[in-house]
Ligand binder design. Structure first.
Ligand code: CMP
Length: 143
């Protein structure tokens, strides 16, 4: 079963949206198989967002992601990467459809509540950055 990495970013935690995000994931039928709340270290944030290192928004992105507690999850299920991206909606909330997390709760691309891996390869990389194998629960069935 496919796994993906999901983060409720500091804006989502501060606004009390953790339960809302988890509820949408669970109601859709995906399973949370690992979960942690912490303030992400600067080095970890830079590794996670390494592909954006040359972008002008990179410094403010790192500063924001490390500015307060966030919630990291491994989410598992059929086509988990694609389904989770659909639950979140477009990266820029202005383009996100109503009914998606960003379409319902965000307006600013830099404060878009959630992150999810954008490909199965990115999911493997991001899960390994944030979780040890032993921290990820094993379900015999997740469908
Ligand atoms: P995320 O899905 O976590 O991946 C990269 C993040 O960079 C993105 O969500 C946005 O929150 C953030 N970001 C900040 N500014 C921009 C921007 N101008 N364009 C794209 N992403 C941005």
């Amino acid at each position: 079963m496919e796994q993906t990495y999901v983060m409720v970013k500091p804006d989502g935690v501060q606004r009390g949206l953790v339960g809302e995000v988890i509820s949408r994931i669970e109601k859709r039928g995906l399973k949370v198989v690992a979960l942690r709340m912490n303030v992400i270290a600067e080095a970890t944030a830079k590794e996670h967002y390494g592909e954006h290192a040359a972008r002008p928004f990179f410094p403010s992105l790192i500063e924001f992601i490390t500015s307060g507690p966030s919630v990291s999850m491994v989410v598992a299920g059929k086509n988990a990467v694609k389904v989770m991206r659909a639950i979140n909606g477009a990266t820029n909330p202005v383009d996100a459809a109503p009914g998606t997390i960003r379409g319902d709760f965000a307006l600013d691309v830099g404060r878009n509540v959630v992150h999810a891996s954008d490909s199965p390869e990115a999911a493997v990389r991001e899960i390994a950055i944030h979780f040890k194998d032993s921290e990820i629960g094993k379900y015999s069935r997740v469908d």
